[in-house]
Design a protein around this ligand. Sequence first.
Ligand SMILES: O=C1C[C@@](O)(C(=O)O)C[C@@H](O)[C@@H]1O
Length: 295
Amino acid sequence: MTLRELLQLPKSINDKPITAVSLMLGPTDKLTPFANKLQAQNPDVVEWRADYIADDFSQAVMWQQVKAGAQAEIAQKDVSAMTEAKLLAEMDQAQQEFNANWPIMNQQIIKELTGSVFNTIGSFPIILTYRTQAQGGKGEMSPLAYTTFVVNALQSGYHFAAVDVEYTLAVELREKIMTAARAVGVPVIMSYHDLNETPNVPAFLADMSQTGADIIKLAVTPHDEGDVDRLLAATQAADISQPLITISMGVLGQRSRIVGYQYGAEMTFAVLDGMPESAPGQLTLSGLQQAWQSK
Ligand SMILES: O=C1C[C@@](O)(C(=O)O)C[C@@H](O)[C@@H]1O
């Protein structure tokens, strides 16, 4: 099956790869300007980089907010030391209750976050990605909290075109996400970023292919042109059953984003004009299209 078929995208009218742009908005950013640019520039899919927002609604952050409110209330009261001790004990109790209620609250928060993304840009197929810091993203959640976030988003009732799972996540957590994805008919992209070098690409692709994921994505860092060639050659020679997305990052690797499809990379990530890149070396969508036209 091709990646286009897996993601249920319309047939390509040219031979070009699927174009993806990333949505990287934080809690105070507005979605509408992004949505307007999206309509105007029209990529094939949008990757929701949830790591830009999810941590602002983590259990620790939400408890800090609740606690600050309660503390402000106590501070306003003129209370004796004894009463204060009692109020602090009540706060402990409140924290325990908060923790007990957290799974349900978390579910609700994630549903609302997902809903706001789908209500604004849901006319585009959306890939769900939570990228950890170790893999080049902003996400600082624990592996378990990351897993819970992704599982909840998958179960929120909104249908994602695909879900990204980091290859570095523990096998049992990866399996949890894959099981949840399968239950709602969402294909899994197993992804790995090497932010330092271009490793042994054939070995990596073969190992990643064993995970049972539907799509394999490998982004690496070149030190010279030879590294970029190596990535492209390994993409072409890959003997795995899943569709592939391979990227050589940084300016040096930029040509992999333009010509990678000729070697078998079925999706390429670009930037909407006037938006920040989600990984080093991304071209603008218009720059990418110009590069294709001038070939
Ligand atoms: O995995 C990828 C590919 C990417 O890292 C890139 O190099 O374009 C950009 C990320 O947002 C995405 O999740």
